[in-house]
Ligand binder design. Structure first.
Ligand code: OVM
Length: 412
């Protein structure tokens, strides 16, 4: 048997019959900054395209993306949700025990983290989120230029989330940098990934130190997870790993969701006017439409654990499939006028938070953060005026802004 070369850490498959070869790089910085033309071209290729650069498949149609993303029996997460196949290559950090695992083990860890982030827990955080959001918007709605990524989109989640988890000495910069490592690591071995992972010596020891029972307060989400270890449901090490998952997935996602909502509302003043008419009722739908329209998590992979077929295409075992959630969320066969930002539309079924057993476990807390900010903004701000061009920050998995200069004109 000839030894198969490893191309970017996974089995280099050949194009299956009926699948077009497409010489595009989804991780080109120009594509990452302006992905919609790439989404449209991707869906035109049929259910799948073959990327010769990475010897893997890609999909972006709504139905096929949903099928691959949610069928955990055929499409494993335990081999990594990035380009690296953990069956063939050592991961950059010990794998997540909830994201990067399959049932039956996943069922046990998911239960613990789901309970710690339940609607009841999130309900108890709402008042604090509201107060913090109102206070922050009050300090920013002065009509002079602010840089809304640092001043608002990063400032809010990096204050309220570590507090909810129970981090005693939060360090916003370290949380942001760790998130950059986690999400850039999903991609190929490119400059973005290398630059992010070079921060590991500065960041990883600090993150790991925050995850132990003794470093957390007694009344936060982290303590709830460690309580599951005290009663023997999981081990203390597993509890620490689940706290690490909170810190991995709970920062960049909400930072980009809030930043993307701001640019959407600034560029669609009719939708901001509508939101102002009923902030209590419309803040959540406006955040949800932001998720569909901008897909903060753009794409994750699955790995075929068996030989199978999807949409009549034969897929061999070991195939990495890049599921482009951003493209599925703009599929015109699923969404009417998909490129219109419309806070009144029915957004149910969007894939921005995934689907199936791995669907975002933090979705209730993430929504509560976005809702608190959009509600406060709609109550206190007359107009959002861009004062310069929004700049996107290329990242191998997250669609987020680097800079968003704007003015929040206060309501009189
Ligand atoms: C985790 C994890 C990491 C990144 C993303 C994510 C979006 C989860 O460590 O469990 O979900």
């Amino acid at each position: 048997m000839p030894i198969q070369p490893l191309i970017h850490g996974h089995k280099p498959i050949l194009p299956p019959t009926g699948v077009p070869v497409w010489d595009v790089d989804p991780y080109d910085e120009a594509v990452l900054k302006n992905p919609v033309p790439f989404f449209n071209a991707l869906r035109e290729k049929g259910p799948f395209a073959y990327l010769p650069r990475y010897a893997m498949l890609i999909c972006g149609g709504y139905d096929v993306t949903r099928e691959v993303f949610s069928d955990h029996d055929r499409f494993a997460s335990s081999r990594g949700v990035g380009l690296s196949d953990f069956a063939l290559e050592e991961p950059w950090r010990p794998p997540s025990i909830v994201l990067e695992v399959d049932p039956p083990y996943h069922t046990k860890t998911r239960r613990v983290i789901m309970r710690a982030l339940s609607p009841k827990v999130v309900a108890s955080l709402r008042t604090a989120f509201r107060d913090d959001a109102e206070h922050l918007i009050d300090t920013l709605a002065h009509g002079r230029e602010i840089e809304a990524v640092a001043d608002l989109a990063e400032a809010f989640p990096t204050k309220v989330f570590p507090q909810a988890v129970g981090i005693r000495t939060p360090d916003p910069r370290k949380l942001i940098d760790y998130a950059s490592m986690v999400f850039n690591a999903i991609g190929p071995d490119n400059a973005l990934r290398r630059r992010a992972l070079a921060m590991a010596p500065d960041i990883v020891p600090w993150i790991n130190a925050q995850c132990t029972r003794d470093s957390l307060t007694g009344d936060g989400i982290g303590a709830t997870i460690h309580a599951a270890a005290e009663c023997g449901e999981i081990s203390a090490d597993e509890a620490g790993m689940l706290v690490r998952s909170l810190l991995s997935a709970g920062v960049d996602t909400t930072v980009s969701g809030i930043g993307n909502a701001l640019v959407c509302l600034a560029q669609n003043p009719d939708q901001f006017d509508l939101l102002k008419q009923d902030p209590d009722a419309l803040a959540l739908p406006a955040f949800e439409e932001t998720l569909r329209y901008t897909s903060p998590v753009q794409a994750f992979c699955r790995t075929a654990g068996v030989a199978t077929q999807v949409s009549g295409i034969a897929i061999e075992e070991g195939t990495k499939i890049l599921c482009v959630l951003g493209a599925a969320n703009r599929d015109p066969t699923r969404w009417e006028d998909p490129d219109r930002f419309d806070i009144s539309r029915k957004t149910a079924g969007h894939l921005a938070l995934g689907a199936g057993i791995h669907a975002c476990v933090g979705q209730n807390i993430g929504r509560a953060e976005g809702q608190a900010i959009l509600r406060a903004l709609a109550q206190r701000v007359e107009r959002i005026e861009l004062t310069g061009p929004p700049e996107w920050r290329p990242n191998n998995a997250i669609h987020a802004l680097a800079r968003l200069p704007l003015r929040l004109v206060p309501r009189s």
